[in-house]
Design a protein around this ligand. Structure first.
Ligand code: URA
Length: 462
Protein backbone atom coordinates (compact mmCIF):
# COMPACT_ATOMS: atom_id res chain seq x y z
CA UNK A 1 0.00 0.00 0.00
CA UNK A 2 0.92 3.62 -0.21
CA UNK A 3 3.88 4.73 1.82
CA UNK A 4 3.12 8.41 1.25
CA UNK A 5 0.96 10.39 3.69
CA UNK A 6 -2.55 9.25 2.84
CA UNK A 7 -5.91 10.64 3.67
CA UNK A 8 -6.96 7.28 4.96
CA UNK A 9 -4.72 8.09 7.92
CA UNK A 10 -6.61 11.38 8.36
CA UNK A 11 -10.09 9.90 7.91
CA UNK A 12 -11.27 9.40 4.35
CA UNK A 13 -14.62 11.12 4.09
CA UNK A 14 -14.48 13.89 6.58
CA UNK A 15 -15.99 17.25 5.54
CA UNK A 16 -13.63 20.05 4.47
CA UNK A 17 -11.84 21.79 7.37
CA UNK A 18 -13.71 24.89 8.49
CA UNK A 19 -10.56 26.99 8.28
CA UNK A 20 -9.80 25.95 4.66
CA UNK A 21 -9.32 29.05 2.54
CA UNK A 22 -9.33 28.53 -1.25
CA UNK A 23 -7.61 31.87 -1.86
CA UNK A 24 -4.65 30.90 0.33
CA UNK A 25 -4.59 27.51 -1.38
CA UNK A 26 -4.42 29.10 -4.87
CA UNK A 27 -1.82 31.61 -3.64
CA UNK A 28 0.35 28.74 -2.38
CA UNK A 29 0.32 27.03 -5.77
CA UNK A 30 1.00 30.35 -7.49
CA UNK A 31 4.16 30.59 -5.31
CA UNK A 32 5.08 26.99 -6.14
CA UNK A 33 4.50 25.74 -2.58
CA UNK A 34 3.65 22.00 -2.33
CA UNK A 35 0.19 21.28 -0.91
CA UNK A 36 -0.45 18.80 1.90
CA UNK A 37 -2.79 15.83 1.49
CA UNK A 38 -5.28 17.50 3.83
CA UNK A 39 -5.31 20.77 1.88
CA UNK A 40 -5.87 18.95 -1.44
CA UNK A 41 -8.64 16.89 0.12
CA UNK A 42 -10.28 20.10 1.44
CA UNK A 43 -10.06 21.72 -1.96
CA UNK A 44 -11.62 18.76 -3.78
CA UNK A 45 -14.35 18.52 -1.14
CA UNK A 46 -14.95 22.26 -1.52
CA UNK A 47 -15.38 21.87 -5.29
CA UNK A 48 -17.88 19.06 -4.71
CA UNK A 49 -19.76 21.01 -2.04
CA UNK A 50 -19.83 24.20 -4.14
CA UNK A 51 -17.85 26.22 -1.57
CA UNK A 52 -14.97 26.51 -4.05
CA UNK A 53 -16.21 28.49 -7.08
CA UNK A 54 -15.53 27.57 -10.71
CA UNK A 55 -13.30 30.64 -11.11
CA UNK A 56 -11.22 29.53 -8.11
CA UNK A 57 -10.86 26.02 -9.50
CA UNK A 58 -9.91 27.53 -12.88
CA UNK A 59 -7.26 29.74 -11.26
CA UNK A 60 -5.80 26.77 -9.39
CA UNK A 61 -5.74 24.62 -12.54
CA UNK A 62 -3.77 27.30 -14.35
CA UNK A 63 -1.38 27.66 -11.38
CA UNK A 64 -0.82 23.88 -11.56
CA UNK A 65 -0.03 24.15 -15.28
CA UNK A 66 2.53 26.86 -14.52
CA UNK A 67 4.09 25.51 -11.31
CA UNK A 68 3.34 21.78 -11.49
CA UNK A 69 2.39 19.21 -8.87
CA UNK A 70 4.88 16.88 -7.21
CA UNK A 71 4.36 13.12 -7.39
CA UNK A 72 3.00 13.20 -3.85
CA UNK A 73 0.56 16.01 -4.64
CA UNK A 74 -0.56 14.11 -7.75
CA UNK A 75 -1.19 11.08 -5.58
CA UNK A 76 -3.16 13.15 -3.02
CA UNK A 77 -5.30 14.61 -5.82
CA UNK A 78 -5.93 11.14 -7.27
CA UNK A 79 -6.81 9.86 -3.80
CA UNK A 80 -9.17 12.78 -3.17
CA UNK A 81 -10.94 12.05 -6.49
CA UNK A 82 -11.28 8.37 -5.56
CA UNK A 83 -12.57 9.26 -2.10
CA UNK A 84 -15.14 11.67 -3.53
CA UNK A 85 -17.23 8.60 -4.47
CA UNK A 86 -17.52 4.86 -4.14
CA UNK A 87 -15.30 1.98 -5.24
CA UNK A 88 -17.26 -0.39 -7.51
CA UNK A 89 -18.37 -3.24 -5.28
CA UNK A 90 -17.13 -6.45 -6.88
CA UNK A 91 -17.44 -8.51 -3.71
CA UNK A 92 -18.75 -12.01 -4.26
CA UNK A 93 -17.93 -12.05 -7.99
CA UNK A 94 -15.24 -14.59 -8.77
CA UNK A 95 -12.37 -13.81 -11.09
CA UNK A 96 -9.59 -11.40 -11.93
CA UNK A 97 -10.82 -7.91 -12.78
CA UNK A 98 -9.13 -6.00 -15.54
CA UNK A 99 -9.65 -2.42 -16.64
CA UNK A 100 -8.34 -0.52 -19.64
CA UNK A 101 -8.20 3.16 -20.49
CA UNK A 102 -7.11 5.20 -23.47
CA UNK A 103 -6.13 8.85 -23.21
CA UNK A 104 -8.23 9.41 -26.33
CA UNK A 105 -7.63 9.21 -30.04
CA UNK A 106 -9.08 9.22 -33.55
CA UNK A 107 -10.63 5.97 -34.77
CA UNK A 108 -9.64 4.40 -31.44
CA UNK A 109 -12.15 1.60 -30.95
CA UNK A 110 -9.78 -0.77 -29.10
CA UNK A 111 -12.03 -0.87 -26.02
CA UNK A 112 -14.77 -2.54 -28.08
CA UNK A 113 -12.31 -5.20 -29.24
CA UNK A 114 -10.33 -5.66 -26.03
CA UNK A 115 -13.29 -5.98 -23.64
CA UNK A 116 -14.96 -9.01 -25.36
CA UNK A 117 -11.56 -10.48 -26.19
CA UNK A 118 -10.46 -10.46 -22.55
CA UNK A 119 -13.85 -11.73 -21.40
CA UNK A 120 -13.47 -14.62 -23.86
CA UNK A 121 -10.26 -15.49 -21.97
CA UNK A 122 -12.23 -15.68 -18.70
CA UNK A 123 -11.16 -12.31 -17.31
CA UNK A 124 -13.78 -10.01 -15.83
CA UNK A 125 -14.08 -6.48 -17.10
CA UNK A 126 -16.44 -3.68 -16.09
CA UNK A 127 -15.50 -0.94 -18.52
CA UNK A 128 -16.79 2.54 -17.82
CA UNK A 129 -16.34 4.84 -20.79
CA UNK A 130 -17.03 8.43 -21.77
CA UNK A 131 -18.49 10.40 -24.64
CA UNK A 132 -16.43 12.18 -27.26
CA UNK A 133 -15.52 15.79 -26.67
CA UNK A 134 -13.25 17.91 -28.84
CA UNK A 135 -11.64 15.82 -31.57
CA UNK A 136 -11.52 12.46 -29.77
CA UNK A 137 -14.26 9.88 -30.26
CA UNK A 138 -16.15 8.39 -27.31
CA UNK A 139 -16.88 4.69 -26.81
CA UNK A 140 -20.32 5.43 -25.38
CA UNK A 141 -21.38 7.38 -28.48
CA UNK A 142 -20.16 4.52 -30.70
CA UNK A 143 -22.18 1.99 -28.71
CA UNK A 144 -25.30 4.11 -29.12
CA UNK A 145 -25.11 3.39 -32.87
CA UNK A 146 -26.30 -0.15 -31.99
CA UNK A 147 -30.12 0.00 -31.88
CA UNK A 148 -31.44 -0.62 -28.36
CA UNK A 149 -28.03 -0.71 -26.64
CA UNK A 150 -28.40 0.69 -23.10
CA UNK A 151 -25.20 2.47 -22.15
CA UNK A 152 -26.21 3.55 -18.63
CA UNK A 153 -26.00 0.56 -16.32
CA UNK A 154 -26.68 0.67 -12.58
CA UNK A 155 -24.11 -0.82 -10.25
CA UNK A 156 -26.47 -3.71 -9.56
CA UNK A 157 -27.02 -4.37 -13.28
CA UNK A 158 -23.25 -4.29 -13.80
CA UNK A 159 -22.73 -6.85 -11.04
CA UNK A 160 -25.35 -9.17 -12.54
CA UNK A 161 -23.94 -8.85 -16.05
CA UNK A 162 -20.40 -9.47 -14.80
CA UNK A 163 -21.59 -12.71 -13.23
CA UNK A 164 -23.56 -13.84 -16.28
CA UNK A 165 -21.53 -12.53 -19.23
CA UNK A 166 -18.16 -11.61 -17.69
CA UNK A 167 -18.08 -8.08 -19.11
CA UNK A 168 -20.08 -4.88 -19.19
CA UNK A 169 -19.70 -1.67 -21.22
CA UNK A 170 -21.29 1.25 -19.39
CA UNK A 171 -21.20 5.03 -19.23
CA UNK A 172 -19.50 6.55 -16.18
CA UNK A 173 -21.69 6.38 -13.13
CA UNK A 174 -21.87 9.45 -10.92
CA UNK A 175 -20.71 7.31 -7.99
CA UNK A 176 -17.16 6.57 -9.14
CA UNK A 177 -14.58 9.35 -8.74
CA UNK A 178 -17.29 12.01 -9.27
CA UNK A 179 -14.88 14.86 -8.46
CA UNK A 180 -13.06 14.20 -11.73
CA UNK A 181 -16.07 15.53 -13.67
CA UNK A 182 -16.01 19.21 -12.55
CA UNK A 183 -12.22 19.32 -12.83
CA UNK A 184 -12.33 17.72 -16.31
CA UNK A 185 -15.10 20.03 -17.54
CA UNK A 186 -13.21 23.17 -16.48
CA UNK A 187 -9.88 21.90 -17.84
CA UNK A 188 -11.54 21.49 -21.20
CA UNK A 189 -12.47 25.18 -21.36
CA UNK A 190 -9.48 26.80 -19.61
CA UNK A 191 -6.59 25.44 -21.72
CA UNK A 192 -5.43 23.32 -18.79
CA UNK A 193 -6.06 19.91 -20.33
CA UNK A 194 -2.52 18.84 -21.05
CA UNK A 195 -0.88 18.97 -17.61
CA UNK A 196 0.56 15.52 -16.85
CA UNK A 197 -0.43 15.47 -13.18
CA UNK A 198 -4.00 16.52 -13.94
CA UNK A 199 -4.31 13.85 -16.64
CA UNK A 200 -2.76 11.18 -14.39
CA UNK A 201 -5.10 12.01 -11.48
CA UNK A 202 -8.13 12.00 -13.80
CA UNK A 203 -7.30 8.70 -15.49
CA UNK A 204 -5.91 6.74 -12.53
CA UNK A 205 -8.65 7.78 -10.07
CA UNK A 206 -11.36 6.35 -12.36
CA UNK A 207 -9.43 3.10 -12.74
CA UNK A 208 -8.86 2.74 -8.98
CA UNK A 209 -12.57 3.44 -8.37
CA UNK A 210 -13.50 0.67 -10.82
CA UNK A 211 -11.94 -1.80 -8.36
CA UNK A 212 -9.82 -3.62 -10.99
CA UNK A 213 -6.87 -5.82 -10.04
CA UNK A 214 -5.04 -5.19 -13.32
CA UNK A 215 -5.07 -1.82 -15.09
CA UNK A 216 -3.76 -1.11 -18.59
CA UNK A 217 -3.47 2.47 -19.87
CA UNK A 218 -3.00 3.20 -23.56
CA UNK A 219 -1.28 6.57 -23.81
CA UNK A 220 -1.74 8.11 -27.22
CA UNK A 221 0.93 10.30 -28.74
CA UNK A 222 0.97 12.32 -31.96
CA UNK A 223 -1.07 14.76 -33.99
CA UNK A 224 -4.46 13.39 -32.88
CA UNK A 225 -3.61 13.07 -29.16
CA UNK A 226 -3.19 15.25 -26.05
CA UNK A 227 0.46 14.18 -25.80
CA UNK A 228 2.29 15.57 -28.82
CA UNK A 229 5.79 14.20 -28.08
CA UNK A 230 7.13 10.83 -27.03
CA UNK A 231 9.01 12.47 -24.15
CA UNK A 232 5.74 13.82 -22.71
CA UNK A 233 3.98 10.49 -23.26
CA UNK A 234 6.78 8.60 -21.47
CA UNK A 235 6.62 11.02 -18.54
CA UNK A 236 2.83 10.53 -18.32
CA UNK A 237 3.19 6.74 -18.51
CA UNK A 238 5.77 6.74 -15.73
CA UNK A 239 3.66 9.06 -13.54
CA UNK A 240 0.54 6.88 -13.99
CA UNK A 241 2.54 3.76 -13.01
CA UNK A 242 3.97 5.52 -9.95
CA UNK A 243 0.54 6.69 -8.79
CA UNK A 244 -0.95 3.23 -9.46
CA UNK A 245 1.83 1.65 -7.37
CA UNK A 246 1.09 4.04 -4.49
CA UNK A 247 -2.42 2.53 -4.47
CA UNK A 248 -0.86 -0.95 -4.44
CA UNK A 249 -2.14 -1.65 -7.98
CA UNK A 250 -0.42 -3.26 -10.91
CA UNK A 251 -0.77 -0.62 -13.59
CA UNK A 252 0.86 -1.17 -16.99
CA UNK A 253 1.17 1.32 -19.84
CA UNK A 254 1.47 1.18 -23.59
CA UNK A 255 2.35 4.25 -25.65
CA UNK A 256 0.84 4.11 -29.13
CA UNK A 257 0.95 6.41 -32.12
CA UNK A 258 -1.97 8.66 -33.02
CA UNK A 259 -0.29 10.31 -36.01
CA UNK A 260 -2.69 8.56 -38.37
CA UNK A 261 -6.18 7.31 -37.41
CA UNK A 262 -6.32 3.85 -35.87
CA UNK A 263 -7.84 1.31 -38.24
CA UNK A 264 -9.80 2.47 -41.28
CA UNK A 265 -13.12 3.70 -39.84
CA UNK A 266 -13.68 7.04 -38.12
CA UNK A 267 -17.25 7.77 -37.01
CA UNK A 268 -19.81 5.75 -35.07
CA UNK A 269 -21.73 3.20 -37.19
CA UNK A 270 -18.61 2.71 -39.35
CA UNK A 271 -16.45 2.04 -36.30
CA UNK A 272 -18.92 -0.52 -34.95
CA UNK A 273 -18.71 -2.39 -38.26
CA UNK A 274 -14.92 -2.30 -38.09
CA UNK A 275 -15.06 -3.69 -34.54
CA UNK A 276 -17.21 -6.58 -35.77
CA UNK A 277 -14.72 -7.37 -38.56
CA UNK A 278 -11.79 -7.17 -36.13
CA UNK A 279 -13.51 -9.46 -33.61
CA UNK A 280 -13.88 -12.00 -36.44
CA UNK A 281 -10.12 -11.84 -37.19
CA UNK A 282 -10.63 -9.76 -40.36
CA UNK A 283 -9.77 -6.28 -39.08
CA UNK A 284 -7.11 -3.82 -40.17
CA UNK A 285 -3.63 -4.80 -39.08
CA UNK A 286 -2.93 -1.78 -36.87
CA UNK A 287 -6.22 -2.03 -34.96
CA UNK A 288 -5.81 -5.76 -34.47
CA UNK A 289 -2.20 -5.42 -33.35
CA UNK A 290 -2.85 -2.70 -30.81
CA UNK A 291 -5.90 -4.57 -29.45
CA UNK A 292 -3.81 -7.73 -29.16
CA UNK A 293 -0.93 -5.87 -27.53
CA UNK A 294 -3.21 -4.32 -24.89
CA UNK A 295 -4.85 -7.70 -24.32
CA UNK A 296 -1.47 -9.49 -24.09
CA UNK A 297 -0.33 -7.06 -21.40
CA UNK A 298 -3.61 -7.59 -19.52
CA UNK A 299 -3.36 -11.40 -19.74
CA UNK A 300 0.28 -11.51 -18.62
CA UNK A 301 -0.36 -9.06 -15.76
CA UNK A 302 -3.35 -11.14 -14.68
CA UNK A 303 -1.11 -14.22 -14.58
CA UNK A 304 -2.95 -16.08 -17.37
CA UNK A 305 0.20 -16.47 -19.49
CA UNK A 306 3.91 -16.25 -18.72
CA UNK A 307 4.81 -14.16 -21.79
CA UNK A 308 3.24 -11.88 -24.40
CA UNK A 309 4.12 -14.45 -27.09
CA UNK A 310 2.01 -17.18 -25.52
CA UNK A 311 -0.83 -14.77 -24.79
CA UNK A 312 -0.76 -13.49 -28.39
CA UNK A 313 -1.25 -16.97 -29.86
CA UNK A 314 -4.25 -17.71 -27.60
CA UNK A 315 -5.83 -14.28 -28.15
CA UNK A 316 -5.41 -14.44 -31.91
CA UNK A 317 -7.15 -17.81 -31.86
CA UNK A 318 -10.13 -16.22 -30.04
CA UNK A 319 -10.44 -13.74 -32.91
CA UNK A 320 -10.04 -16.36 -35.63
CA UNK A 321 -12.45 -18.90 -34.13
CA UNK A 322 -15.22 -16.33 -33.55
CA UNK A 323 -15.31 -16.67 -29.75
CA UNK A 324 -14.40 -13.01 -29.22
CA UNK A 325 -17.24 -11.95 -31.53
CA UNK A 326 -19.70 -14.27 -29.74
CA UNK A 327 -18.66 -12.60 -26.50
CA UNK A 328 -19.35 -9.18 -28.01
CA UNK A 329 -22.79 -10.38 -29.12
CA UNK A 330 -23.45 -11.62 -25.58
CA UNK A 331 -22.59 -8.19 -24.15
CA UNK A 332 -24.75 -6.41 -26.75
CA UNK A 333 -27.70 -8.76 -26.08
CA UNK A 334 -27.36 -8.41 -22.29
CA UNK A 335 -27.54 -4.62 -22.64
CA UNK A 336 -30.64 -4.67 -24.85
CA UNK A 337 -28.85 -4.17 -28.18
CA UNK A 338 -29.97 -5.65 -31.48
CA UNK A 339 -27.31 -8.18 -32.51
CA UNK A 340 -28.90 -8.59 -35.95
CA UNK A 341 -27.97 -4.98 -36.64
CA UNK A 342 -24.29 -5.98 -36.44
CA UNK A 343 -24.49 -8.17 -39.52
CA UNK A 344 -22.58 -6.27 -42.27
CA UNK A 345 -25.00 -7.73 -44.86
CA UNK A 346 -28.19 -6.35 -43.30
CA UNK A 347 -26.39 -3.50 -41.49
CA UNK A 348 -29.23 -1.96 -39.51
CA UNK A 349 -26.98 0.62 -37.86
CA UNK A 350 -27.78 4.32 -38.53
CA UNK A 351 -27.36 4.86 -42.28
CA UNK A 352 -25.89 8.00 -43.88
CA UNK A 353 -27.88 10.19 -46.27
CA UNK A 354 -25.27 9.64 -48.99
CA UNK A 355 -21.79 8.41 -49.73
CA UNK A 356 -19.04 10.33 -51.50
CA UNK A 357 -15.43 9.46 -52.29
CA UNK A 358 -12.21 11.40 -52.31
CA UNK A 359 -9.57 10.53 -54.88
CA UNK A 360 -5.77 10.72 -54.96
CA UNK A 361 -4.87 13.96 -56.80
CA UNK A 362 -1.55 12.48 -57.87
CA UNK A 363 0.26 9.15 -58.04
CA UNK A 364 2.65 8.60 -55.15
CA UNK A 365 3.28 7.21 -51.69
CA UNK A 366 1.09 8.38 -48.81
CA UNK A 367 3.45 9.89 -46.22
CA UNK A 368 0.88 11.29 -43.86
CA UNK A 369 -2.82 11.03 -42.94
CA UNK A 370 -3.24 13.71 -40.30
CA UNK A 371 -5.58 12.21 -37.73
CA UNK A 372 -6.55 15.59 -36.33
CA UNK A 373 -7.76 16.75 -39.76
CA UNK A 374 -9.68 13.50 -40.32
CA UNK A 375 -11.34 13.98 -36.93
CA UNK A 376 -12.20 17.59 -37.80
CA UNK A 377 -13.80 16.42 -41.07
CA UNK A 378 -15.98 13.91 -39.20
CA UNK A 379 -16.89 16.57 -36.64
CA UNK A 380 -17.91 18.95 -39.45
CA UNK A 381 -20.19 16.24 -40.87
CA UNK A 382 -21.98 16.13 -37.53
CA UNK A 383 -20.10 13.20 -35.98
CA UNK A 384 -18.40 15.26 -33.22
CA UNK A 385 -19.46 17.74 -30.56
CA UNK A 386 -18.61 21.40 -30.26
CA UNK A 387 -20.75 21.63 -27.07
CA UNK A 388 -21.49 18.91 -24.55
CA UNK A 389 -25.19 19.11 -25.43
CA UNK A 390 -24.77 18.66 -29.22
CA UNK A 391 -26.66 15.71 -30.70
CA UNK A 392 -24.41 13.54 -32.88
CA UNK A 393 -25.18 12.11 -36.30
CA UNK A 394 -24.08 8.53 -35.71
CA UNK A 395 -24.35 7.63 -39.40
CA UNK A 396 -21.60 9.92 -40.71
CA UNK A 397 -17.96 9.02 -40.95
CA UNK A 398 -14.95 8.20 -43.03
CA UNK A 399 -13.73 4.84 -44.30
CA UNK A 400 -10.08 5.03 -45.30
CA UNK A 401 -9.16 2.87 -48.28
CA UNK A 402 -5.42 3.45 -47.78
CA UNK A 403 -3.02 3.98 -44.92
CA UNK A 404 0.36 5.68 -44.52
CA UNK A 405 3.03 3.96 -46.64
CA UNK A 406 0.63 2.81 -49.41
CA UNK A 407 1.29 3.65 -53.06
CA UNK A 408 -1.75 5.13 -54.84
CA UNK A 409 -2.41 5.90 -58.50
CA UNK A 410 -3.85 9.28 -59.45
CA UNK A 411 -7.67 9.07 -59.29
CA UNK A 412 -7.67 6.05 -56.96
CA UNK A 413 -10.18 6.21 -54.10
CA UNK A 414 -8.48 7.29 -50.86
CA UNK A 415 -11.55 7.32 -48.63
CA UNK A 416 -15.30 6.86 -48.64
CA UNK A 417 -17.15 9.66 -46.87
CA UNK A 418 -20.54 9.00 -45.29
CA UNK A 419 -22.35 12.28 -45.07
CA UNK A 420 -25.45 13.80 -43.55
CA UNK A 421 -26.83 17.32 -43.57
CA UNK A 422 -23.78 19.24 -42.38
CA UNK A 423 -20.87 21.08 -44.00
CA UNK A 424 -20.27 18.64 -46.86
CA UNK A 425 -17.83 20.78 -48.89
CA UNK A 426 -15.81 21.99 -45.91
CA UNK A 427 -15.52 18.43 -44.56
CA UNK A 428 -14.36 17.08 -47.91
CA UNK A 429 -11.71 19.82 -48.23
CA UNK A 430 -10.50 19.19 -44.66
CA UNK A 431 -10.27 15.48 -45.34
CA UNK A 432 -8.36 15.97 -48.58
CA UNK A 433 -5.86 18.21 -46.78
CA UNK A 434 -5.12 15.39 -44.29
CA UNK A 435 -3.22 13.42 -46.95
CA UNK A 436 0.37 14.13 -47.92
CA UNK A 437 2.21 12.34 -50.74
CA UNK A 438 5.75 11.88 -51.98
CA UNK A 439 7.24 10.23 -55.05
CA UNK A 440 9.48 7.99 -52.92
CA UNK A 441 8.45 5.30 -50.40
CA UNK A 442 8.87 5.76 -46.65
CA UNK A 443 12.16 4.41 -45.27
CA UNK A 444 10.12 2.36 -42.83
CA UNK A 445 6.51 2.04 -41.67
CA UNK A 446 5.93 4.43 -38.75
CA UNK A 447 5.80 2.33 -35.55
CA UNK A 448 2.39 1.87 -33.94
CA UNK A 449 3.55 0.84 -30.48
CA UNK A 450 6.28 3.11 -29.17
CA UNK A 451 6.72 1.75 -25.67
CA UNK A 452 5.29 -0.93 -23.41
CA UNK A 453 5.99 -1.21 -19.69
CA UNK A 454 5.69 -4.98 -20.06
CA UNK A 455 7.93 -6.53 -22.72
CA UNK A 456 6.15 -7.25 -25.99
CA UNK A 457 7.79 -8.88 -28.94
CA UNK A 458 8.85 -7.54 -32.26
CA UNK A 459 6.01 -8.35 -34.61
CA UNK A 460 3.53 -6.65 -32.28
CA UNK A 461 5.28 -3.39 -32.92
CA UNK A 462 4.13 -3.00 -36.49
N1 URA B 1 -8.76 10.92 -20.36
C1 URA B 1 -9.23 11.14 -19.10
O1 URA B 1 -10.04 10.38 -18.57
N2 URA B 1 -8.77 12.23 -18.44
C2 URA B 1 -7.90 13.10 -18.96
O2 URA B 1 -7.54 14.05 -18.31
C3 URA B 1 -7.42 12.87 -20.28
C4 URA B 1 -7.88 11.75 -20.96
Amino acid sequence: MATTETLSSHSAKRPPSLDFNPITFIEQKKQGVAHTAVAIHDFVQGVMAGTVADYQLSAWLMAVCLKGLTEDETFYLTEAFVQSGEILNLEGIEGTFVDKHSTGGVGDKTTLVVVPLLASMGLKIAKLSGRGLGFTGGTIDKLEAIPGFKVAQSTQAMREQLQQVGAVLSSQTGDLAPADAPFYALRDVTATMDNLSLIAASVVSKKIASGADVIIIDIKVGRGAFMKTLTEAKALASLCRTIGAKFGKRLETIISSMDQPLGTAIGHSVEILEVVETLKGKGSTDLEHLSLALSCVACVSAGLFPTAETAWVALKEKLNNGEAFLQFEAIVRAQGGDVEALDPETNALPQPARMATIMAPTSGYIHQIDSLKVAKAVKLLGGGRAQKTDVLDLSVGVQLQHKVGDFVEEGEVLAKVFTGKHHFNEAIETLKSAFQYATFPLDEQPPLILESSLPLFLHLNN
